[in-house]
Design a protein. Structure first.
Lengths: 165, 468
């Protein structure tokens, strides 16, 4: 079981909010400092390592940019959304961000709640209310990439590619 | 008899290299388009691992986001943009990638030049580290944006690990009214299904409206599929498609053309094929559309008014609408045609092809850009620009007070110097009205090219049908 404190967001949170255009050529560290600077300035100073994002429909809509990496780098432990945009989900897999679809999640959690995730049972629990929701299962191979820290770290760990400097 | 398949199913299955028990597939990629924004880390990864490019002949590169659209003789002023383009040029030399340089007439927005050069063909899998790759679906191809993280994987292996999407059908039937463009069709679709409507699906656009639509119109529609939540959207190839592809530089020739044509004709969805989700629209009921908020689904017919959050029951949705209107500095119930604009952008991978420029020029002709409005016309490629100049469209725009620019992505996401300043309000033919995308605090109203030209000459959002 992994647990994280919940930050709530609405529908259609887009990649330009997570990784604003002017930061596209900055270092990943600078990019992580810019997360949500337009819609929630100061949030990057409040979020703690392992915290959870709970959001509505179509989380991560928008561009190809590595927005998932920024969320991971600013400490987000996992993302639950009603639905996740496909392109953002691919980036989440490849950068090792745990991001899951979970119908009903935006009603079941308030900001500041804890979210307890069990990947053995594919369920997430809110200990405040006692409510438990099903998490949409991710294919095993994709989950192993996510949990392995992303596609390249996983391939390095399996000896498929040479480790990077 | 075999189970009926959709166009998407057919393309997908013919590209599966291997399939795991959980459904995850290794998918072969026919064409990889590369631009300067999402490729540097990928090439750096190849270099570090001492890997070669797997298929230089199935890869093509162009700089589009960071190129200046005025006076290219001076090079690129902005150091970040210059570095990005120089890095791409170094990478394409080192890895042997075919490249359309900035001074090449064929240079332009990657999603304009793919179809224009005949690189994008029916039945292909096409990817690019850019979400608007969906554009190429108009060819009857499976085309989707990939994450920056996947670009390296494709460069190295010409494959991608993917889970299959579900099928969604969006049917539009009937004839579009005068002054209604393909942009209005896709905005109306997004207004109906919402920006999350296509999540997890590939959308196939079917119905008589698309059959009657030109290839360029289909590209506009497919382009904004990503704004409807789906990664890819496609239109079955037909005689319009074949006529468009034939004779283009990279199109099959001679016997190869005949073979390709025979194959392409097998691609359309079989009768009775299953779709997991469906939506229907009547073309005759679609008016010119304009966005009022900060998401492409915040869209209404131009005859409408800014919505009132007070009428929204769901507290989360009400708060989101209030926030959008605050950012857009719009009062509820304001008629859309009373909203003044300060800047007009005609361009982007959505609307910078020759038909778009003709539609805008038809409105600009004999009129003047309104006092206090700055209007840019940015052709999608050097070839589009040349064609427009042969037709005299540049003269029409210049005489009307529009700026006539060099090709590139320009003010769509403003990575070069074409940027809305001081929170200007923009009538834009691009695809995203996200906060700050066109410039800090810029307020974007998405619309079609004739509508944008109409806004330029009146200085406010205008129903183009009233200009005639």
């Amino acid at each position: 079981m992994i647990a994280g404190r919940v930050w709530k967001f609405g529908d259609n949170i887009n990649t330009d909010l997570i990784l604003p255009g002017p930061y596209l050529y900055r270092s990943p560290e600078e990019q992580a400092r810019a997360v949500f600077e337009a819609n929630r300035p100061g949030w990057v100073d409040q979020v703690k390592k392992g915290d959870a994002i709970v959001a509505g429909f179509n989380f991560g809509m928008g561009s190809s940019r590595p927005a998932a990496r920024s969320l991971k780098n600013c400490g987000v432990g996992f993302v639950f959304a009603e639905t996740i945009n496909g392109l953002f989900f691919r980036n989440s897999v490849n950068f090792g961000l745990l991001a899951f679809e979970c119908p009903g999640v935006s009603r079941a959690f308030e900001e500041g709640d804890m979210a307890e995730l069990s990947l053995e049972e594919w369920r997430v629990r809110n200990p405040r209310s006692g409510e438990t929701l099903s998490v949409s299962r991710v294919p095993d191979e994709l989950l192993s990439i996510m949990q392995g820290g992303g596609i390249f770290p996983l391939m390095e760990a399996r000896g498929l590619i040479a480790p990077r400097a | 008899m075999a189970e009926p398949r959709t166009l998407f199913d057919k393309i997908w299955r013919s590209h599966v290299v291997s399939r795991q028990d959980d459904g995850t597939c290794l998918l072969y990629i026919d064409m990889h388009l590369v631009h300067e924004v999402t490729s540097p880390q990928a090439f750096e990864g190849l270099r570090l691992a001492d890997r070669a490019l797997r298929r230089p002949d199935a890869t093509i590169a162009v700089a589009d986001h960071n190129v200046p659209t005025s006076d290219r003789s001076r090079g690129i002023d902005d150091p970040e943009s210059r570095l990005q383009v120089e890095t791409l040029e170094r990478n394409v030399r080192e890895f042997g990638v075919p490249y359309f340089a900035i001074n090449d007439t064929r240079q332009g927005i990657v999603h304009i030049i793919g179809p224009e050069e005949g690189l994008s063909q029916p039945g292909m899998t096409i990817v690019c580290g850019d979400s608007h790759t969906a554009t190429h679906g108009a060819m009857g191809a499976l085309a989707f944006g990939i994450g920056t993280s996947e670009v390296e994987h494709v460069l190295a292996t010409q494959t991608l690990i993917q889970a299959p999407a579900k099928n969604m059908k969006v049917a539009v039937n009937g004839t579009l009214g005068a002054g209604v463009s393909p942009k209005d069709v896709i905005l109306a679709i997004i207004g109906k299904i919402g920006t999350a409507g296509g999540t997890g699906h590939v959308i196939e656009y079917v119905g008589s409206t698309f059959r009657q639509m030109s290839m360029e119109g289909r590209m506009t529609v497919c382009n904004m599929t990503i704004e409807g939540g789906a990664r890819a959207g496609l239109v079955a190839p037909d005689e319009v498609t074949f006529a468009y592809v034939k004779g283009r530089p990279y199109a099959p020739k001679g016997g190869a053309w005949e073979l390709a044509l025979a194959y392409w004709k097998t691609l359309p969805s079989d009768p009775g094929a299953h779709y997991d989700k469906e939506a229907f629209l009547d073309a005759g009921a679609i008016a010119p559309h304009v966005t009022w908020g900060t998401s492409p689904q915040d869209v209404l017919p131009v005859t409408g008014r800014v919505p009132d959050p007070a009428g929204v029951e769901d507290p989360l949705k009400r708060a989101a609408m209030e926030r959008s209107l605050q950012y857009m500095q719009l009062a509820p119930k304001t008629p859309l045609v009373e909203i003044p604009v300060e800047r007009v952008f005609i361009g982007s991978c959505t609307n910078s092809r020759i038909e778009d420029l003709r539609a805008a020029a038809a409105i600009a002709k004999g009129r003047r850009v309104a006092e206090g409005v700055r209007a840019l016309v940015v052709p999608g490629s050097g070839l589009v620009k040349r064609q427009a100049e042969e037709e005299g469209l540049d003269r029409i725009f210049l005489e009307a007070g529009f700026e006539w620019r060099e090709p590139g992505c320009s003010n769509c996401m403003s990575m070069n110097n074409d940027r809305a300043e001081h929170g200007e309000r923009v009538a834009s033919t691009s695809n995203r009205n996200f906060e700050g995308r066109q410039g800090k605090n810029a307020k974007t109203h998405l619309m079609g090219p004739a509508m944008a030209a109409a806004a330029a000459v009146t200085g406010r959002i205008t129903d183009v049908r009233e200009l005639g």
